[in-house]
Write a protein that binds this ligand. Structure first.
Ligand code: AMP
Length: 147
């Protein structure tokens, strides 16, 4: 097998998963691979504001969340020396968006944490599991301890 050429790190920002970030970055350096980072604003996790509120409220909230996510991702990108064109903020289902961006950009390794926001109850978090099941490339789930 050849070296990895394009590594995509998926971050959720809930867990300070520095170990996942460090692992992805160091693999990219080892393989001299392109390095991209994605965060997906999970539209299913947006607060259920109920039908009584008007749609403008939903749209404002969503765009505020996207702006906040973009800022966090750009800060992280700056820290890691990743150019803006390789930072992805998407809206939708994390597992589907991570795999879509990976396929569209010829990513050959996706790096996720074994757990994130969806907790430690499962052996693999639901996003990590979903990415693994649908991915057309290799997936590395970096083991995170539950304490
Ligand atoms: P979870 O399945 O939520 O426990 O998360 C497992 C891992 O999936 C996290 O450590 C991240 O690497 C990735 N992940 C989860 N949610 C997102 C998200 N919204 N955007 C990007 N990556 C995510």
């Amino acid at each position: 097998m050849g070296n990895y050429k394009h590594i995509l790190l998926a971050v959720d920002f809930f867990e300070p998963a520095q170990v996942v970030i460090d692992r992805a970055k160091s693999l990219a350096e080892t393989y001299k691979a392109s390095f991209s980072i994605i965060h997906v604003v999970d539209n299913m996790a947006l607060p259920d504001v109920g039908y009584a509120l008007d749609t403008a409220y939903d749209i404002d909230l969503t765009s505020e969340m996207i702006d906040a996510a973009r800022k966090k991702l750009f800060d992280l990108g700056k820290k890691l020396g990743v150019e803006e064109g390789r930072l992805w903020v998407e809206l939708g289902s994390p597992k589907l968006e991570i795999n879509r961006i990976a396929e569209e950009n010829q990513v050959d390794l996706i790096v996720v944490g074994s757990h994130g926001r969806h907790g430690f109850a499962l052996l693999l978090g639901s996003t990590a599991n979903g990415v693994l099941h649908h991915a057309k490339c290799d997936v590395l789930a970096v083991r995170l301890q539950d304490n």
